[in-house]
Design a protein around this ligand. Structure first.
Ligand code: SF4
Length: 468
């Protein structure tokens, strides 16, 4: 998915930029990048972070950087920041974007094919470079950013490091967040507010959908007011976001606790303990345990000294091995017990199946699963993920295919909690995962746990609904 961070300061900003960008490492696994600007120009570094942490890759580079303004990115896709020289001046750009109409944009707007774009492996267009080229079609940065946000189908939030200051802009429908922080002498713009507390920033404002601001040492100047329609990704609270972050003023861990509590309120199951698969299931599990008045325990512990983050080897067999090696089961806690697991979601279910089997191998009597969101039925078309979420691989779609014997059926009936088809699909998934019981969160309960009106939250991957 990716995350971005920028700083404008009266002092040197490199330290804040380095740590602030690092606090986005959970959002991407492929590339990290930093750019700063001082009186002499731009300094930029980009590294592959697929097999090493962001900080270890950049700790030497930052000793060579200085400047009062800088931007950084963790990217799940292309190399960033991109340095651009155009009629608007020299600038650096980072994006969190997925552009579904890139071929159209290139053809329609420029009237020619993609040959002048640097290409990524696989011959795709570099989305950040495309956004920059869209910006450069207009006579001002604010006009160009506005035109780019409006033209992109998918999503695009961005930061621009320019002579004037740092432009920060949030996706046209607000699918990904951008939040402004402040402290004495400095401002920051961030995807994740978990980057703020340890750098002494406090939240100044949440940019609204399509809002554009220019950040200088003097303050924040609004260049475009937010639009009315919003479709912030609901999955940020369920899984992608960091527990210490807030979006729209709503904290991630608090929502996860509420998700678990609402699952517990609908349950009458008799169990010995509640748990959550580290790390993303823990907040949901704590919420369940607290509501149900049951102990929360750790039948698996994560080996954090060498598996601190989830990197994504390309090879599925290596990924499965990593998933197994980093979770260590504790027989003393598992043996003879009825365990209830809260999970953020069930995507394909293949690794989960292995995890459940290991619990039985270590003596579990019963294993119950309570995902914090409804079955994922549609693949996301708005955000970039390093992990493939091909629609037909989704556990729900595999179940529907098994039940119907074909694809291309009416999925609406399967998205309605309690319908005959929905129950058959859940039963199929339960059987395949060898769970004692499986009960998913209802969509209305998830939306209530988030606390925003349904029409402001993207729920496409659960119910296929879409606002344009
Ligand atoms: S489809 Fe799902 S993952 Fe994608 S933006 Fe919407 S809620 Fe988020």
């Amino acid at each position: 998915m990716g995350g971005l961070f920028g700083v404008v300061s009266k002092e040197d900003c490199v330290n804040d930029l380095f740590y602030g960008t690092d606090y986005h490492s959970h959002l991407g696994t492929r590339r990290g990048g930093l750019a700063v600007k001082n009186a002499e120009g731009f300094t930029r570094f980009i590294h592959n972070i697929e097999n090493a942490q962001f900080r270890s890759k950049f700790e030497q580079d930052v000793t060579k950087m200085n400047g009062n303004r800088g931007i950084g990115v963790i990217s799940d896709n292309e190399d960033q920041p991109v340095l651009i020289g155009s009629h608007l001046g020299k600038y650096a750009i980072v994006t969190v974007a997925k552009i579904n109409n890139s071929e159209d944009l290139v053809e329609k707007i420029f009237g020619r094919r993609t040959t002048h774009f640097s290409e990524m492996s696989g011959g795709e267009i570099n989305p950040t470079e495309l956004v920059a080229t869209l910006i450069d079609q207009e006579s001002t940065f604010e006009g160009g950013i506005r035109a780019a946000l409006e033209a992109v189908e998918g999503s695009c939030s961005l930061l621009l490091l320019t002579e004037e200051g740092v432009y920060a802009a949030r996706d046209w429908l607000g699918r990904t967040p951008v939040v402004i922080g402040e402290k004495e002498g400095s401002y920051a713009a961030s995807s994740e507010t978990c980057a703020f507390p340890n750098l002494d920033f406090t939240i100044k404002q949440y940019l609204g959908p399509g809002e554009i601001v220019l950040i200088t040492e003097k303050g924040i100047e609004q260049k475009r007011a937010p639009g009315q329609k919003m479709q912030i990704c609901g999955f940020l609270w369920v899984y992608y976001g960091y527990p210490a972050s807030n979006y729209e003023g709503i904290n991630v861990e608090t929502v996860r606790n509420r998700c678990g509590a609402s699952l517990a309120r609908r349950d009458t199951i008799k169990i010995d303990m509640v748990t959550g698969i580290p790390d993303s299931g823990v907040g949901h599990g704590l919420g369940y345990a607290s509501e149900a008045g049951l102990p929360f325990k750790r039948p698996f512990v994560k080996y954090t000294p060498t598996w601190p983050r989830s990197f994504m080897p390309q090879d599925q067999a290596v990924r499965d091995l990593v998933a197994k090696m980093k979770l260590i089961p504790i027989r003393d806690i598992i043996e003879g017990k009825r365990l209830l697991f809260c999970e953020d979601s069930i995507v394909r279910g293949t690794q989960l199946k292995d995890t459940i089997q290991r619990l039985y191998d270590f003596g579990a009597k019963e294993v119950h699963m309570r995902p914090a969101c409804p079955p994922l039925t549609y693949g996301c078309k708005f955000l970039n993920f390093s992990r493939s979420r091909s629609e037909l691989d989704l556990a729900a779609r595999t179940a529907i295919q098994a039940l119907e014997g074909k694809d291309g059926v009416d999925l609406d009936k399967y998205s309605t909690t309690g319908s005959e088809k929905y129950e058959a699909m859940v039963e199929n998934i339960r059987e395949r995962l060898k769970l004692t019981t499986l009960r998913y969160q209802r969509l209305e309960d998830l939306v209530e746990a988030i606390g925003l009106p349904k029409e402001k939250v993207c729920t496409y991957c659960w119910d296929g609904s879409e606002i344009k």
